[in-house]
Design a binder for this molecule. Structure first.
Ligand SMILES: Cc1cc2nc3c(=O)[nH]c(=O)nc-3n(C[C@H](O)[C@H](O)[C@H](O)COP(=O)(O)OP(=O)(O)OC[C@H]3O[C@@H](n4cnc5c(N)ncnc54)[C@H](O)[C@@H]3O)c2cc1C
Length: 395
């Protein structure tokens, strides 16, 4: 065996982690804008009615400055930035302590599926309104008897040939910010006879349609952003034909539509899930920023002699894991840029980031000791971190 050849082969497997001059200039530009514009003091939680309104103003400022959706085409409010630049933007966004994105279920979950499965008319209609935070989307998947087992959804859509569309009936629950949003995307059963993953269709529904009732309710942490969404014979029209006059087509899409093909909703939903569990919803910048705050906290505890060796090890482990997730993500982005979707592999990301978030916050609470009860941001962050292993599909 020729060891020299093997050693040379190993040495050639080099990963270049340096950013280009263009990417560094992009980072400088977003850092400068964020430093000048991030609200101080921080906004109240966007999962309360008052906080949501304040966050909406922030979303409008982001859009006006073209930072709302950097990687989207300019025509839809973006900057045509690369995915690498998007990753840089996300890092800078969290580093600056900028507000949570109350538009996230639209721009990070639904939009990638509209880019993949939407008709050109749907893309032109929905995406600019979404990036401008005019249409605010919530996710209507879970039902009282369909959570981890999403294919158990029983909300149904019945064909109405005379009216040219579908009539939706059923109940969705745990709809994040549903009480404040304008639109919902959700799965409805269009073929009751088909095997359960096969008879589903992915609908886009305005929440002001006749027959929709949205009932808000509070979360355990006190925020009121959850909702139940009831559909009672809600009419959603068929997607407009390509030949239809654009103004008429827009009026039709205003009343809702179908994403992808009828009965093919499961495949579209799994694409949305890839975005939710993988890169787009939870980019690594979020956890690196938390890890960096954790290090600051550990340093202050060290100065006052309160940092024992065991706790210091947990802080370092959590920080290393946040960096590991960032490096792992670079592999994901490389794959996407080369045309490979992360697909089901995104479930690994989700387990990793949700458990990491709990570890980061637990370490912080242990550093704070009895003072943790009084620390708003860490305690609030901890309570939300505990829901990470549940939402987006239980770990
Ligand atoms: C903060 C938050 C935000 C959310 N936002 C939304 C939203 O915007 N839209 C939306 O549609 N939904 C949303 N959800 C709902 C979420 O998707 C569901 O809570 C989740 O899918 C779990 O479903 P469930 O609550 O019905 O629990 P269940 O599915 O009933 O699970 C209960 C327990 O049983 C376990 N379990 C279930 N099946 C199995 C199995 N086969 N093997 C082993 N153990 C199992 C689970 O792990 C869990 O511990 C949100 C949830 C949270 C916490």
């Amino acid at each position: 065996m020729d060891l020299t050849v093997r050693q040379v082969a190993r040495q050639t497997a080099v990963v270049d982690l340096t950013w280009s001059d263009k990417e560094s200039a992009f980072r400088d530009e977003c850092r400068t804008w964020l430093e000048a514009n991030v609200p101080d003091p921080a906004l109240p939680s966007g999962d309360t009615r008052e906080g949501f309104a304040a966050h909406l103003e922030w979303e409008h400022r982001l859009h006006e400055a073209r930072w709302a959706v950097v990687s989207w085409p300019e025509a839809y409010g973006g900057r045509d930035a690369s995915l690498w630049e998007w990753l840089i933007f996300e890092e800078e966004y969290y580093r600056a302590g900028a507000p949570q994105r109350v538009t996230q279920n639209g721009i990070f979950l639904l939009a990638p599926s509209i880019f993949e499965f939407g008709t050109p008319a749907q893309q032109d209609h929905y995406l600019p309104r979404m990036s401008a935070a005019e249409d605010l989307w919530c996710q209507g998947w879970s039902e009282p008897n369909a959570g981890s087992d999403l294919a158990a959804v029983s909300s149904r859509a019945v064909r109405d040939d005379d009216a040219g569309g579908w009539r939706l009936t059923g109940q969705k629950t745990w709809t994040t910010r549903g009480a404040f949003c304008t639109h919902v995307f959700g799965l409805f059963r269009t073929d009751g006879e088909a095997e359960r993953h096969r008879g589903l269709t992915y609908f886009l529904v305005p929440l002001d349609a006749d027959g929709v009732t949205v009932r808000g309710f509070g979360r355990l942490d006190g925020d009121e952003g959850f909702a139940e969404v009831f559909c009672d014979d809600v009419f959603v029209p068929d997607n407009p034909a390509d030949s239809l006059d654009p103004a008429e087509a827009a009026a039709t899409m205003h009343r809702g539509g179908i994403l992808g093909e009828v009965h093919q909703g499961w495949g579209v939903a799994m694409a949305t899930t890839t975005s939710e569990r993988g890169l787009t919803l939870r980019s690594p910048g979020r956890f690196q920023a938390t890890a960096s705050r954790l290090l600051d906290l550990a340093r202050s505890c060290d100065e006052s002699g309160r940092l024992g060796e065991a706790l210091a090890d947990r802080v370092v482990d959590a920080w290393v894991d946040a960096e590991a997730y960032a490096l792992y993500t670079l592999g994901d982005v490389t794959g996407i840029v080369e045309g490979r979707s992360p697909g089901a592999k995104s479930s690994f990301n989700k387990i990793f980031w949700s458990e990491l978030d709990v570890r980061l916050h637990e370490a912080a609470l242990d550093l704070l000791g009895p003072d943790a009860e009084l620390d708003g941001p860490w305690m609030k962050g901890y309570e939300f971190a505990l829901s990470g292993p549940i939402y987006a599909g239980t770990n």
